[in-house]
Design a protein around this ligand. Structure first.
Ligand code: FAD
Length: 545
């Protein structure tokens, strides 16, 4: 810690630490805390001006979590849990950001974070057995271990449409929303995209704008959040026995303590299925509806189609104009194979007279000009364009540090030319002492990420401490272990319906990105057991030197 401060002052001289962390979101903050407690000198390098990660950058109207906040929280310290109370079932971005600031203050983390500092390159120095990091601001860093806590949804995808720079109005990106907010009153606004950020922001933008035009390429399934106070049944479970509740989350499939369903769809009558569905719809809970209807909903096309049809009915009931309702109804992917969204009045917003939906499947955008957007049928004069076009997920922020050079001068970009290869989603062969938090190959975005982040951080920091205690300097997975993990990932995914959807989980949203399902689909609890077994079997699949 002292070393970190001293070398920060000495701008230009290399900062020497045991462990460098990139990112100061949920993951980076917990890493700093754990590393310090384990006695490592450390620094976190963060491009943003403060802590928060996702919740620092995504300040668009309506930004909220979609996992209930009592579950989407740190659980490592019961005193921290006692010291913070969430005001809503799904907290807003400002409240989550306040929470992460509160955590940073409580553990005095900011003193080891270099803000407004982007890591631009990383190189393994074979002779020194250390990583050398280059930054765009201040001293380079030399570290024994290099941990990327750079986030799965932190690299916004650039717009694919020509002419954006010619547009004379205002342009905003949901993932980089201005800190002072944006006044949309009296303006003609376009939102491009209908993913989670769009679905959260569209109802609020429609309330402010003179007219809102939504440009949709692919409709998503969205479910009502029914936001409000945290539900009393979940609160009583949590407060009744907090330790058990948290442990059940850690052992669950998605990181939220719900039991696994054993009844399959065809064992239920139509009335029973509808009853289960209506209960889930009324609960306003993504994990509930994704996991609690029937056991075959995520693994069998027929079991899944029943859910899809029930949701389609809801969309038709909510949207008055049949043509708009049809355009908003997803038909190209199983429910859950693409991340569904939680909404507040999303579908009803299309009943407003000041909202127009443009279906880009029928009417593609031809150009953005100085005054607005031209499709092949119409022109839309606009004052503001909001891009809600998503992220280069899971690998975008990792690959943006370029090059990351491992053993023998190998670059990660080359090693991943055919898609990411990892062992456990945590490490890469040929890249000693390099770790990713919620990297490709881990459950990450298919889970409550707070739970997955804590598991990863605990595993990595415990391994570093054990390595040090045993007198080793490096750890790195073997080629065989990495290939085996790739095989296991593929086997797991063939049992799910993810293979039937082109999504950001598979890289399909980024032109030119190699396609393949990036998160591990075997579940949070089973994944944890595998990581633990690797340790109990003497660091199975790792080479220690
Ligand atoms: P991030 O929060 O993304 O932080 C990574 C940080 O690394 C960023 O601050 C970034 O600036 C920094 N960084 C990246 N590259 C560099 C570099 N080269 N140099 C320096 N700094 C760098 N997950 C859930 O489980 N539940 C939810 O309800 C949920 N809601 C979400 C809503 C939105 C709008 C979004 C975008 C994501 C949501 N997620 C949700 C996913 C969310 O990203 C994670 O839950 C979590 O916040 C990730 O934390 P992190 O620390 O791993 O990464």
């Amino acid at each position: 810690m002292v070393a970190a401060r001293e070398s920060k002052a000495a701008n230009g001289t290399t900062q020497q630490v045991d462990v460098a962390v990139v990112g100061a979101g949920f993951a980076g903050l917990y890493l700093l805390h754990r590393l310090r407690k384990a006695g490592f000198t450390t620094v976190a390098l963060e491009e943003a001006g403060d802590v928060g990660g996702t919740w620092y950058w995504n300040r668009y109207p309506g930004a909220r979590c979609d996992i209930q906040t009592i579950d989407y929280s740190y659980t490592f310290d019961p005193d921290l849990e006692a010291a913070w109370t969430w005001s809503e079932k799904y907290a807003t971005q400002p409240e989550i950001l306040r929470y992460l600031g509160f955590v940073a203050d409580r553990y005095d983390l900011r003193r080891d974070i270099r803000f407004r500092t982007k890591v631009t390159e990383a190189k393994w120095d074979e002779a020194a057995q250390r990583w050398q990091l280059t930054t765009d601001n201040g001293a380079p860093v030399s570290c024994r271990h290099y941990i990327m806590a750079t986030g799965c949804l932190s690299a916004p995808k650039p717009p694919e449409i020509d002419g954006v720079k010619d547009f004379k109005g205002e342009v905003y990106f949901t993932g980089r929303w201005p800190h002072d907010g944006v006044d949309l009153a009296g303006k003609r606004v376009a939102v491009i995209g209908t993913g989670s950020s769009a679905i959260q922001s569209i109802p609020l933008i429609a309330e402010q704008a003179t007219h809102l035009t939504v440009f949709q390429r692919t409709p998503n399934f969205a479910l009502p959040a029914h936001n409000g106070p945290a539900p009393s049944d979940r609160m009583s479970l949590l407060q009744g026995d907090r330790a058990t509740y948290r442990e059940q989350a850690r052992q669950s499939m998605a990181g939220v303590p719900y039991p696994q369903q054993t009844v399959v769809s065809w064992q239920l009558s139509d009335a029973e299925r509808r009853e289960r569905f209506e209960r889930a719809w009324a609960a306003g809970d993504l994990v509930h509806i994704l996991t609690q209807l029937w056991a075959d909903q995520a693994v069998d096309v027929d079991g899944n189609k029943i859910v899809q049809d029930l949701i389609r009915e809801k969309i038709r009931a909510a949207v008055r104009d049949p043509e708009t309702a049809a355009a908003l109804t997803p038909h190209d992917h199983p429910f859950g194979a693409k991340r569904p969204c939680l909404d507040t009045n999303y579908y009803a917003t299309y009943n407003r007279p000041n909202v127009t939906l443009v279906n880009l499947r029928q009417e593609p955008i031809k150009a953005i000009t100085a005054s607005g957007i031209f499709t092949n049928g119409r022109s839309f004069d606009l004052d503001v364009i909001v891009f809600a076009t998503g992220f280069d997920a899971m690998t975008g922020a990792i690959r943006a540090v370029h090059p990351i050079t491992g053993r023998g001068g190998k670059s990660l970009t080359d090693v991943w030319a055919q898609g990411p290869q990892t062992y456990l989603g945590l490490t890469v062969e040929g890249f000693p002492n390099f770790f990713m938090i919620t990297g490709p190959g881990s459950p990450s975005v298919l889970s409550n990420m707070a739970v997955s982040i804590e598991q990863h951080v605990d595993w990595v920091v415990d391994r570093l401490a054990a390595l040090r205690a045993a007198g080793f300097t490096t750890m790195e997975p073997t080629e065989t272990a990495q290939a085996g993990w790739g095989r296991h990932m593929a086997d797991c995914s063939t049992l799910t319906l993810h293979r039937l959807a082109n999504t950001w989980y598979t890289g399909a949203n980024v032109p030119g990105k190699v396609q393949g399902l990036m998160p591990y689909t075997g579940g949070v609890g089973p994944y944890r057991s595998i990581c633990d077994e690797v340790v109990s079997r003497g660091m199975l699949g790792f080479r220690l030197t």
